[in-house]
Design a protein around this ligand. Structure first.
Ligand code: B1M
Length: 209
């Protein structure tokens, strides 16, 4: 069993070269990419989050940790979500207005691409009207909304409402996700689906298509 604590420690120290070296070492030892992601990188970011909450780490350090994680995910990318049952369909994904978190959303986008879907990743801080315009422009089958802040969760409802007001609700399926989001919340705001992580998001989108 690989010592995942070493990746966690290096991520907290924002030591990119070390994290990348350790991720490669874990893969060389035969560890699955998904395990390296979950037990190393995501576990490390959870501790970064706790330290941020306790004011032991501050925004610039958290950003450096996020960049370090992004660089390490690039190595795992080709190995994650290898899937032979390609799905078809157009998906638009973005982080809702007011929210700048994108690591988890990008992981979801990556898994959807690996599942064979045409993915349009709009980025972060996406206003409801932008989602509406993109559904029309891309003739999308599905919208994926990500939020990491409790304060931006209501923006998911506002986005769904804007889609309904534009007369597009019957044309697209809507999936929501992100750390504070729950199935209960998804039901309350009238989303069609919720997924807790990138792996289950890809499975759910394929099932809904
Ligand atoms: Co932010 N931040 N942050 N932050 N940040 C959290 C979310 C927080 C929990 C930290 C904490 O206090 N413990 C807290 C939110 C508290 C709350 O709302 N209850 C918080 C806060 C408060 C803030 C600021 C307000 C801080 C401030 O300025 N005072 C500020 C807000 C800025 C804004 O958005 N307007 C802020 C800023 C930032 C940074 C910019 C510094 C940076 C983001 C960099 C970036 O994303 N490029 C950052 C980071 C890195 C975090 C933590 C530490 C890590 C987030 C992350 O990337 N996790 C985070 C604490 C934490 O989550 N442990 C925190 C790893 C990622 C793989 O997981 O994103 O959960 P996650 O994605 C998962 C699932 O959620 C799911 O799949 C992913 C992979 O399996 N998923 C979906 C995500 N989207 C999905 C969509 C789906 C389905 C599944 O379907 C559509």
């Amino acid at each position: 069993m690989f010592d995942y604590q070493s990746i966690i420690n290096a991520l907290i120290e924002c030591d990119q070269a070390k994290v990348i070296g350790l991720v490669k070492e874990a893969l060389d030892q035969g560890e699955p990419a998904g395990t390296v992601l979950n037990h190393g990188l995501i576990a490390g970011m959870d501790i970064v989050g706790e330290r941020m909450e306790n004011e032991e780490m501050f925004i610039p350090e958290v950003l450096m940790a996020a960049q370090t994680m992004g660089a390490a995910v690039e190595i795992l990318k080709p190995l994650l979500g290898e899937d032979d049952s390609a799905a078809k369909g157009k998906v638009i994904i973005g982080t809702v207005k007011g929210d700048l978190h994108d690591i988890g959303k990008n992981l979801v986008a990556m898994m959807l691409e690996s599942a064979g879907l045409e993915v349009h990743n709009l980025g972060v801080d996406i206003a409801p009207e932008q989602f509406v315009a993109e559904i029309q422009a891309k003739d999308a089958d599905m919208i994926c909304l990500s939020a990491l802040l409790t304060t931006t969760m209501p923006m998911m409802k506002q986005t769904i409402d804007a889609i309904s007001e534009a007369g597009l609700r019957d044309r697209v399926k809507i999936m929501v996700g992100g750390a504070p989001v729950t199935q209960e919340f998804a039901d309350q705001i009238g989303a069609d689906g919720y997924a807790a992580d990138a792996g289950s998001a890809a499975k759910m989108v394929k099932a809904m298509m």
